[in-house]
Design a protein around this ligand. Structure first.
Ligand code: GLC
Length: 611
């Protein structure tokens, strides 16, 4: 046996029994399991030497991704740089942003009209032709690796496009392919499902099934009617999707974002969300990755309340995802912006900070999706903030309907039945930059920029990995032009998916411009974050009570050093009631500070350190 084969065998031996056990539990199928193992070996053999070196290094340093220099940015290839080759050319801009983790939004072949922003994949082996080729992707990965950057992509595993070869053949009535989806020749079973399964897009895509008149069948479509849910009860689906995953790992992807993962297992009589079998599958995927490509991370997209999210880390002995989105904290942050009340955020952060240190969250202010107001209402009710009126308040606030609201943006899936509208808009527009510009009001603009920078500072000091949304670093505003494109007009998420404004980015170094003010401030914060060891993932992070509900205070401690991030969510100056001895350094100005009843400007913040 060659040396490299030995490595594979050792890794396989480590996981084989558990992998087989879980596989048999779901599929009771020895020959399909054997096929899987044969293919794991094939993908391992095909893996490039440089990637194997990366695997080895990272296996020896499993905490590699949790260091304080990790900074992510998510971007749409076409909006940002036209195509994959363009991204290659723009890497220097991303380096100037201190970004070393690039999340490329979906780029696989997907029908133009029915693409859901690329989340309806027609061919897992093909890049959307206008964006480039699989070789371009591998080439980009290669260059990123040389520059110390990591590449992330979406793995849309819950469904395929109706134009995927399997779907096309299923629609022609080929049983083998129909069994890879959920097909019913009458509405009896779909009707039973509808009793217990909630709706993802109640207004833009109501219901969970779509009727296909040409074959007289219903097919399960949890998301859009053109996204057919895959049947993971069929081992062929599981195996093939694992081969797709490994194929991308072998193109040089470092992070695989497993899209909509809570939805992948369906069971009649349940909500079809977060079922135990989902965890079995994610655990198997984790082991498969560790066997073939241990440098590759799994990032789970679980947009749910914390009790549902945390289980996707698995246990310390049997881990599932390496990273998960800190979604409730994100939504709660915006709640604080609207209410100027940080109490809920403090309690939300306390929950996150009490979790085992190995659990790594991805922190963000905005992403490509809407913000759902999934807040802890049982907590808010103590202050008489009831769910339905409170959601209405948040949406009225952020759409700018309320007097004195500076935010601008649009509702998403405004469901008249549940009154559960969600919200879309960019960070800068939500902070008031857009309205201040329209009104040409310099004071309002100053306040908006301060809020925008303060929120980023707060995000950068949370425990976990920060993820920027492309355009936010230069305060990009909402883009309403999607309304003129009939393929997009129905989906208000496009309001914050505008083209990257290179014309504005040119001003990033001009500290008189809005772009320069935001870019410069973020840049300073990012550099401090990289340099100071209190930002290390192993630091102890907790909130600190400063007896003023408008102010949130985050403490980070590491090897005798102590940091306070003090953030004023209020519009006016507020006092953080604290009495800390010793000399403190303002990390932004370098000046010494006393931490005795600190006055923080409206929407201002301090980053202070005691060594
Ligand atoms: C995820 C994506 C979202 C998409 C959905 C369906 O939630 O983030 O944009 O619409 O999956 O694939």
């Amino acid at each position: 046996m060659s040396k490299t084969d030995e490595i594979f065998q050792q890794r396989l031996a480590k996981h084989h029994d558990e992998l087989r056990w879980l596989y048999m539990e779901l599929y009771h199928n020895d020959s399909m399991f054997a096929e899987l193992c044969t293919n794991l070996y094939r993908f391992y053999k095909e893996r490039k030497r440089q990637l194997k070196t990366r695997d080895k290094k990272r296996e020896e340093d499993p905490g590699w991704f949790r260091r304080n220099d990790m900074l992510g940015m998510m971007l749409y290839i076409d909006n940002f740089a036209g195509d994959l080759k363009g991204v290659k050319e723009k890497l220097s801009y991303l380096e100037a942003c201190h970004v070393n983790y690039i999340h490329l939004m979906p780029f696989l072949d997907s029908p133009r009209e029915h693409s859901d922003g690329g989340y309806a994949v027609a061919d897992f082996a093909k890049v959307r032709p206008d964006l480039g080729t699989m070789e371009d992707l591998a080439g980009l990965a290669d260059l990123c690796h040389k520059k110390g950057m990591n590449l992330c992509m979406d793995f849309v595993m819950n469904h395929t496009s109706e134009e995927h070869e399997w779907a096309v053949r299923a629609r022609q009535g080929e049983g083998e392919y129909m069994s890879r989806y959920f097909f019913y020749d009458n509405y009896d079973i779909p009707a039973q499902y509808e009793k217990t399964v909630p709706q993802v897009f109640p207004t833009t895509a109501p219901g969970n099934f779509t009727y296909l008149p040409e074959i007289g069948h219903y097919v399960m479509t949890t998301f859009y009617p053109y996204q057919w849910d895959l049947n993971y009860g069929n081992p062929r689906v599981f195996n093939e999707m694992m081969y797709n995953f490994l194929f991308f790992a072998n193109q040089g992807m470092d992070i695989i974002r497993i899209d909509a993962v809570p939805y992948i297992w369906k069971e009649l009589g349940t909500s079809c969300r977060n079922l135990p079998q989902v965890h079995t599958i994610v655990r198997m995927m984790r082991m498969i990755g560790e066997i073939v490509c241990p440098s590759v991370l799994l990032l789970g997209e679980v947009v749910m309340e914390p009790e549902k999210v945390v289980p996707y880390f698995g246990t310390v002995e049997k881990p599932e995802c390496h990273m998960l989105y800190n979604v409730t904290t994100m939504a709660t942050t915006w709640n604080c912006v609207a209410t100027r009340d940080t109490r809920l955020l403090k309690q939300q952060m306390d929950i996150v900070n009490r979790l085992p240190g190995e659990y790594t969250f991805l922190n963000y202010l905005r992403c490509h999706d809407d913000i759902g107001w999934g807040l802890d209402y049982s907590f808010l009710e103590k202050w008489e903030m009831w769910e339905i009126p409170h959601k209405r308040f948040l949406n009225d606030y952020f759409t700018g309907k309320m007097i004195n609201s500076v935010s601008r943006g649009e509702l998403y899936n405004d469901d008249p039945v549940t009154q559960d509208a969600r919200f879309c808009g960019t960070t800068a527009s939500m902070c008031g930059v857009e309205s201040a510009e329209t009104e040409k009001d310099p004071d309002k603009l100053d306040a908006a920029v301060m809020l925008d920078v303060m929120l980023h500072a707060y995000m950068l000091s949370q425990s976990g990995i920060p993820m920027l949304y492309s355009g936010d670093e230069i305060g990009q505003l909402n883009d309403y032009s999607y309304k003129e494109d009939p393929d997009k007009a129905q989906d208000s998420r496009y309001v914050h998916r505008g083209r990257f404004r290179w014309d504005l980015a040119e001003q990033k170094d001009d500290d008189k411009s809005i772009q320069g003010r935001i870019f410069g401030a973020l840049s300073t914060l990012e550099q401090i974050r990289r340099q100071e060891k209190v930002f290390d993932a192993s630091a102890e992070v907790y909130t600190y009570d400063v007896h003023n509900q408008k102010i949130l205070c985050i403490t980070r401690e590491k090897e005798g050093e102590k940091f306070f991030g003090i953030y004023n969510f209020g519009d006016n100056p507020e006092t953080a009631w604290m009495q800390e001895d010793g000399s403190w350094k303002d990390l932004l100005t370098g000046q010494e500070l006393e931490l005795k009843d600190v006055m923080v400007p409206g929407h201002g913040f301090y980053w202070v350190l005691h060594k």
